[in-house]
Write a protein that binds this ligand. Structure first.
Ligand SMILES: Cc1cc2nc3c(=O)[nH]c(=O)nc-3n(C[C@H](O)[C@H](O)[C@H](O)COP(=O)(O)OP(=O)(O)OC[C@H]3O[C@@H](n4cnc5c(N)ncnc54)[C@H](O)[C@@H]3O)c2cc1C
Length: 422
């Protein structure tokens, strides 16, 4: 069984597709929904259990083009929503860095985007959903009806039951073009200065960072929907990596050459279609195969505490010589999520891919974990395949309350891994 990181996990005993949203849950135990498998590790994996594929729940149920309120089944992809609503001047209020995720998966991981400092997480824009529990009960959950199940299911890692459909509020945009600005930075002081200004001026902010540089350097990227630019998205053909390579093409030599070239490339400025700006990796289908048969880990954490822990974290990675082209730094704002186990909290959000080199990679993660724990931060379960139970527990103070809402028939390889270690 492989999710996006291509790491090997124990396979499910049974895979089931629900014929409709009114169907009953299968009898096999333990149960877990699988959306589109865009989580990197085992949060969507149910080794030895029953996996419920939700892509068959793909119907649009209602759309009010005046208010932007949309009701869809949980297996609908964000890309399918964009296809329907963008011609009518509507857009997703929050979107992760790929549009190939389902609505159920976006709620269960309470995903965030480049506009977290303004809009918070996806869950903030969810009006309500139906939760199908294993005893057959169907709960409508919102901020006022079954509010505790609402809060537990947003960011609830698929453990509270199956979301069959959901209602979300979209946002109006006057154009599908995004006007972007890019600036190089040298050192973390300059990053924080540019980032502060970018957050004031722009809806979307994110930085690429050179993970091998002894002194942190990178490119600050920000953007806003244009007021009146051409609103027709330019269709682009995605490249495809047709097969998994035998070994990772990412090593110190290729990485250093790439990072140098990328840092010095001409910077993009001005208007362009939203796709390449919000979803740069969607332009290369199955890019995860570049990491070879052993797969790769993503290490994503949030570090409160400003410059000092961030500098230590980056120095630790640079000294290790490990890492990847994909190295992202963003600051989360203080817009609270409704979810009990949501990942974002105020601080620096870092996401790095690492080819799986076995014990050396895992030893590096132990050192990074210590920095995250000392800063009072947390790791993102959607990207995780190895976090120790103690770090999960210390990072998520809502965990104890959350466990009361876990459906007794639902579980995941992630959940068993972090809970059985307790
Ligand atoms: C290139 C790339 C970029 C990404 N960028 C970001 C980013 O910027 N921000 C971010 O937050 N994440 C990001 N992600 C992670 C991704 O957004 C999340 O992992 C998302 O939850 C995946 O959705 P999915 O539909 O593929 O769900 P899966 O990965 O299949 O499942 C995710 C979780 O949702 C549960 N689930 C799925 N459907 C249901 C349902 N109907 N009912 C109950 N539970 C359900 C599953 O059990 C599992 O626990 C990125 C991933 C990729 C590959």
């Amino acid at each position: 069984m492989r999710s996006w990181g291509n790491l090997a996990f124990a396979a499910a005993r049974e895979v089931v597709r629900l014929p409709s949203r009114s169907a009953c849950l299968p009898a096999g135990r333990p149960l877990l929904a699988w959306g589109n498998g865009r989580s990197y590790g085992d949060v969507c994996v149910n080794g030895g259990g029953t996996t419920i594929h939700t892509r068959s729940l793909d119907r649009f149920m209602a759309f009010d083009a005046a208010s932007g309120r949309l009701r869809v089944e949980s297996g609908v992809l964000l890309s399918e929503i964009l296809d329907l609503v963008t011609p009518q001047g509507w857009f997703l209020p929050v979107t992760p860095g790929t549009r190939f995720v389902t609505v159920g998966g976006a709620i269960a991981n309470d995903v965030h985007g480049k506009n977290h400092h303004r809009e918070g997480t996806f869950g903030r824009h969810v009006v309500g959903f139906e939760l199908l529990r294993s005893e057959g009960e169907r709960l409508y959950c919102s901020a006022t009806e079954n509010p505790e199940f609402f809060a537990a299911t947003i960011g609830g890692l698929g453990l509270t039951g199956l979301i069959t459909w959901a209602e979300i509020d979209l946002r109006r945009v006057s154009s599908l073009s995004i006007i972007q600005r890019q600036e190089r930075f040298h050192g973390l002081r300059q990053f924080f200065d540019l980032n502060h200004q970018a957050e004031l001026d722009s809806e979307h902010t994110v930085a690429w960072i050179d993970c091998l540089a002894a002194q942190p350097r990178g490119i600050m990227i920000s953007g806003n929907h244009a007021e009146n630019e051409d609103s027709s998205p330019r269709p682009a053909r995605a490249l495809n990596i047709p097969l998994t390579l035998p070994f990772s093409v990412v090593n110190r030599a290729t990485l250093s050459a790439f990072n140098n070239a990328y840092f010095h490339r001409p910077l993009a400025q001005g208007p362009g279609p939203y796709g390449p700006f919000l979803y740069p990796l969607d332009g290369i289908l199955h890019w995860n195969r570049l990491h070879g048969r052993a797969g790769f880990f993503q290490y994503q954490c949030v570090l409160p505490g400003g410059e000092a822990p961030l500098a230590e974290f980056l120095q630790t990675i640079a000294a290790s010589g490990e890492g990847s082209f994909l190295a992202v730094l963003k600051t989360f704002g203080d817009v609270a999520s409704p979810g009990m186990l949501s990942f974002p909290m105020p601080g620096s959000d870092l996401a790095f891919d690492f080819p799986n080199r076995g014990a050396t990679t895992l030893r590096l993660f132990d050192r990074l974990d210590a920095i995250v724990a000392a800063a009072g931060g947390r790791l993102y379960a959607a990207k995780d395949a190895r976090m120790p139970a103690a770090l999960f527990r210390s990072g998520y103070p809502g965990l104890e309350r959350f466990t009361q809402f876990v459906d007794p028939a639902f579980s995941s390889s992630f959940w068993r891994r972090v809970m059985e270690q307790q």
